[in-house]
Write a protein that binds this ligand. Sequence first.
Ligand code: TYD
Length: 217
Amino acid sequence: MNGFYGIIAKKRENMQKGLFITFEGADGCGKTTQLNLLKEYLLSKGYDVVLTREPGGKGLGEKIREILLNYDGEVSNRCESFLFLADRAQNIDVIVKPAINNGKIVLCDRHTDSSVAYQGYGRGLDITEIDMLNNLATGGIKPDLTLVFDVDIETSMKRVGDEKDRMESSGIEFFNRVRNGYLELAKKEPHRIKVIDSTRKIEQVHSDVTDIINKYL
Ligand code: TYD
């Protein structure tokens, strides 16, 4: 085990190609808790599951994560964007692609929609350019399904608490733009992106997640 990355080896028979599922939402939305619950659920059903996250995953990705979340000097918006994209290329090439080619279910904590929501809607960079750069970083691989965990920003900031990292210190207005960005994205791609009301109890949210996932299995 290195960083957040872990292969949980269980045999999944009759599966030709894996599934790529991404978890999205503003900081403090509860997506990581839900990702772990879904992992347990899928394992209990005998599926092969691979976990990863952006920024991060393992190795170099975790080093890039450290810079993105903790560097305390000046970081330009474009530089920030490219660091997320570099990490994404590494995550796709080293973790996601090999896993889905081997028929595994990949659960990825944040992916391309984070760049659109945070660097596009949040920081104000051009969304068409971000789409193009995302496409370069992923080599065209797209999530089969994206779950957006939606909470009001007051709730999410309460959940984050007082110890904020560099991104979490971006302010309420920034996070309102991020949240609206996700909701806009979901309107544009309703087949891929499902919005889940994440202000509710963990078990209720998990139940919605499994209802959605079961349609893809
Ligand atoms: P996250 O892993 O959610 O941090 P944590 O769960 O530990 O709070 O995400 C790291 C931060 O990076 C988060 O604030 C969102 C941000 N981010 C972007 O701004 N753009 C991106 O493309 C990605 C992947 C993350």
